[in-house]
Design a binder for this molecule. Sequence first.
Ligand SMILES: NC(=O)c1ccc[n+]([C@@H]2O[C@H](COP(=O)([O-])OP(=O)(O)OC[C@H]3O[C@@H](n4cnc5c(N)ncnc54)[C@H](OP(=O)(O)O)[C@@H]3O)[C@@H](O)[C@H]2O)c1
Length: 209
Amino acid sequence: MKLAFIGIGNVGFSIANNLQKKGHEIIVAHDNPQSESVQKAIARNPNFSTQTVQSAVDAAEVVFLATPFKANQAILSNLNFNGQILVDCTNPVGPGISHGLNSELSGSEKVQVWAPDANVVKAYTIYGFENFADASFPKYNVRPVMLIAGDDAKAKTKVSAINDDMGFDTLDTGGLSQALHLEHMTLLWVKMVRAGGHHPNFVWAYLEK
Ligand SMILES: NC(=O)c1ccc[n+]([C@@H]2O[C@H](COP(=O)([O-])OP(=O)(O)OC[C@H]3O[C@@H](n4cnc5c(N)ncnc54)[C@H](OP(=O)(O)O)[C@@H]3O)[C@@H](O)[C@H]2O)c1
């Protein structure tokens, strides 16, 4: 699949690099190809190509948003998605690892407001970036689970296929409003790992009888 990444820092690069190795084509979407994160990403994986953000969005089958949440409104307000799938990997984080929108609305629903013609799917936020680069856990006979949320069933099917390629099982949690609860899971993980000393490669699995 042709995949565009708006934001190619810790999260964007880890996902893009994993998926490029699985045979996907990666376009780094940035209006300044000289930016440090773009240059670093290309140096680490010369198979990536770069395009301006709108042309990358136009060319890709799926677009990933992996930018600081506070940059999202300005970035998205200038773009046309024409029904494109937009995977929201961003988290609104406030002071003291709190929810940045006071838990009144999810960041993904805000992203949907700023990109009304996109099909927004929340994914890749409940773990740190360390787990996106390599999702294999060879000591266990089970794969980690990626929880997703979104209003469009076809978009979620496509994101599930991408999850599969990355090495994750998918758990569809429901409509985009569920993203608020996923963002709280993120805060839990971040507090446990970044502040509480738990292992950065700790993930959840889905078990069902
Ligand atoms: N870090 C984690 O473990 C983790 C895990 C899950 C989700 N998240 C979420 O994922 C998002 C990205 O986190 P990160 O750690 O990957 O951040 P990061 O390493 O700082 O990377 C941010 C990327 O966004 C780009 N960017 C920033 N402002 C931009 C703008 N106005 N227009 C276009 N591109 C812009 C940066 O490009 P420049 O170099 O040009 O600034 C850079 O490529 C955040 O919302 C974070 O909450 C983080």
